[in-house]
Design a protein. Structure first.
Length: 318
């Protein structure tokens, strides 16, 4: 399915150096902010008080959040669980205030706002749990990266694997850089969004790499730069359809999903935008600079036969 078809190839690789210099500067800026400001970790990572509150009628999450925020607790996560009557509240650690005192204070405010509010459970989540979650998150990210590299190396060639991983890590670091620079809360849903962006970004890279491989087999007289430009140009319509539909869904979550989905959808929005950019201008350009050739994608006797200049059918068998 295509909305349109571009008849003349767009010379993307002509400006690859400029775009990658911009990417490099953005990447270093993100790394700088990560080290200088760090991530504003949520209660899941830093520890805090977990409260479960039930109401006689469907709870208004906005009212609950405002009530708790007025107590001087800005970094509060409020969400439904189980049913619309049940609310889960995560409170950050306060210096000089115990978990019991904090939950009592919050419950008094909630009961004053709505007399039907009843506390079902409260517990303290220690920083040890947060450290374990952080370690598990890093392990998950490492396994995803390794899995993507193995998959691309088996499906294509190691140069494509290196190019895709550099581009995908570029997306991840830039997302984290945004969260560090603006001080946005980094929670488990945001970590899930980062992992989702990795898979989403590699999908776009695979589509372009597939077309590059097809073009190497189809156009024997074209150079690597022409092959890549044609591959990107011929997949533009598909990119607009796929990413446009996905971005509309993510933006709907960002605009109408409320505070619970805000940072999750924000991370996805940034990741999708940079994922398109990196697949075209970073992954493809790095693969070109690594020296991908037709021979890299064709092996053994087939490669020798198709590259034989005296064979009138050269290029017909791949």
């Amino acid at each position: 399915m295509e909305f349109f078809r571009i008849k003349r190839d767009i010379p993307f690789m002509r400006h690859a150096l400029v775009f990658n210099l911009v990417s490099l500067l953005t990447f270093f800026a993100a790394v700088f902010f990560l080290f200088s400001r760090g991530l504003h970790l949520s209660v899941e990572f830093t520890g805090g008080t977990l409260m479960e509150v039930t109401y006689a009628r469907p709870a208004d999450l906005g009212t609950v959040r405002d009530t708790v925020t007025r107590l001087g607790l800005p970094d509060v996560l409020v969400q439904n669980f189980g049913s619309s009557h049940d609310v889960l509240i995560r409170l950050p650690v306060q210096k000089g205030v115990s978990s019991a005192q904090q939950s009592t204070q919050v419950m008094a405010a909630l009961h004053a706002a709505d007399s039907s509010a009843v506390m079902r459970r409260t517990e303290f989540v220690g920083p040890q749990v947060g450290d374990e979650l952080a370690a598990d998150g890093l392990k998950a990210l490492a396994f995803v990266v390794i899995g993507i590299m193995v998959y691309l190396a088996m499906r294509f060639e190691w140069k494509f694997a290196v190019a895709a991983i550099i581009a995908n890590l570029h997306d991840v670091v830039i997302i984290l850089g945004f969260f560090a620079f603006f001080g946005w809360e980094f929670s488990l849903p945001v970590l899930a969004a980062v992992l989702a962006v990795l898979g989403y970004s590699v999908n776009e890279s695979v589509v372009i790499f597939d077309r590059i491989r097809e073009n190497f087999r189809r156009y024997r007289k074209q150079g690597t730069t022409q092959i890549i430009n044609n591959a990107i140009t011929s997949t533009i319509s598909r990119t607009i359809i796929t990413h446009g539909c996905t971005q509309m869904m993510v933006l709907s979550m960002l605009l109408f999903g409320g505070a619970t989905l805000h940072y999750f959808s924000l991370a996805l929005t940034i990741g999708i935008l940079f994922g398109i950019y990196s697949s075209v201008f970073v992954a493809a350009a790095i693969a070109m600079w690594l020296g991908i050739t037709r021979e890299d994608l064709i092996s053994g006797t087939v490669a020798r036969k198709t590259l034989d200049p005296n064979d009138p059918n050269a290029g017909a068998i791949v």
